[in-house]
Ligand binder design. Structure first.
Ligand code: SAM
Length: 357
């Protein structure tokens, strides 16, 4: 079986490592290709059928898609791959899908819907793609009975994606809500971080077992909550200047069932040494001055914050920002060394991720 897996752009390597780890631990043979057909934020996993013995001693098939939906922290979607090809027009897409053995994937008695996704320059919309693919599936299945379309509550969701000229069709086992939308998010911060990227930051930090970790501008607490959910044993501290966000972070932590694992402090990160004497790791999605605050205040905020951080940080920091110049000047001025840098796709933005020591 082939699975098309989606994640944020720029963290495909980390998602691949996670998937390989989750599957190999259970004895499942898997090969994962990053960015199939050059499409960013995608992985193509080839998984061998595998089995397990249940509590009654019966041999059962291991449902790999279910396992990944339940356990992955970096993936957005787990899609059973039906076919992919280089295609350009809606007519080509219709013909391609109509000639696929769709009846192997869905019974005519099961209702279905198609969700379309499109990126790049096209003269049609993602709704047009969904419509063409839906007609092709309907026409193909009509050979075997009367197909049922149910756009709101389908039994089977097909996902049809066109990125540039890379077309891909699959069955979306994740459903309509992407995995990065965590059920614990009861408070929606206007600039919250995707949980998948928070986990990528945690991976890149290489946090030791009992280390103390701080997010000095924690917003709704995404990074810290995800860290606590991973079972981190050391101290976890979150600071935010705005009570509203701090209360929101507490509500999220409560919903996640880990409120007792995080110490939240209402405070100013530019006075960090007032709240903590020393901390092993600092991870934060810094303000960019786009959604909240003013952009011209960012260089000073970063300079003051990193001056404070240099007084307390023992090991590594992982930071995310769009403000490359401001953060690099603040690193330089305050004696931090950049160990790793990469660009990550967050919403419509390309964000700089730094690991520093
Ligand atoms: N990662 C967070 C999340 O997922 O919700 C979002 C963080 S948001 C990009 C940046 C946060 O920094 C905002 O919540 C803002 O209130 C906070 N902030 C801005 N200036 C601050 C300061 N001087 N001290 C502490 N927090 C600050």
């Amino acid at each position: 079986m082939k699975l098309m897996l989606t994640t944020s752009r720029g963290i495909e390597d980390l998602a691949r490592k996670e998937v390989e780890g989750l599957l190999r631990k259970r004895g499942v043979k898997v090969t994962v290709k990053e960015k199939p057909l050059e499409v960013e934020g995608r992985l193509l996993a080839e998984v061998e059928e595998s089995f397990y013995i249940d509590e009654k001693g019966k041999k059962r098939t291991l449902e790999v898609a279910t396992l990944l939906n339940e356990r992955s922290r970096l993936l957005h979607r787990v899609i059973i791959h039906i076919a992919s090809a280089k295609l350009k027009t809606l007519e080509e897409i219709y013909d391609f899908v109509y000639n696929l053995p769709i009846e192997k994937y869905v019974k005519v008695s099961e209702s279905f819907a198609v969700r379309g996704f499109r990126k790049g320059e096209h003269e049609f919309t993602s709704l047009d793609i969904a419509r063409s693919v839906g007609s092709a599936i309907h026409d193909r299945l009509s050979r075997y009975g009367t197909p049922k379309v149910n756009l709101n509550h389908p039994s089977v969701i097909f996902r049809a994606e066109l990125v540039g000229d890379a077309f891909f069709l699959g069955i979306d086992t994740t459903g309509d809500s992407s995995l990065h939308k965590r059920p614990w998010r009861v408070y929606d911060h206007p600039a919250h971080l995707k949980a998948s990227i928070a986990n990528a930051m945690i991976e890149l930090a290489e946090i030791d077992e009992n280390a103390s970790v701080i997010d000095p501008m924690c917003g709704s607490g995404t990074i810290l909550i995800e860290l606590a959910l991973k079972g981190h044993e050391g101290a976890i501290i979150g600071i935010d200047k705005y009570m509203k966000h701090l209360k929101g972070a507490e509500m999220n932590a409560l919903a996640a069932g880990i409120l007792d694992k995080i110490r939240f402090i209402h405070g100013d990160a530019t006075r960090l040494s007032k709240y903590v004497e020393s901390v092993d790791f600092a991870l934060s999605n810094l303000p960019y001055g786009l959604k909240i605050g003013r952009k011209n205040l960012i260089p000073e905020l970063y300079m003051d914050f990193f001056a404070e951080l240099s007084k307390v940080l023992e090991k590594r920091g992982v930071f995310l920002t769009t403000e490359k110049k401001a953060i690099e000047e603040a690193f330089e001025e305050n004696g931090f060394k950049v160990e790793h840098h990469r660009l990550v796709g967050h919403g419509g933005l390309r964000v700089h991720l730094y690991v520093i020591s």
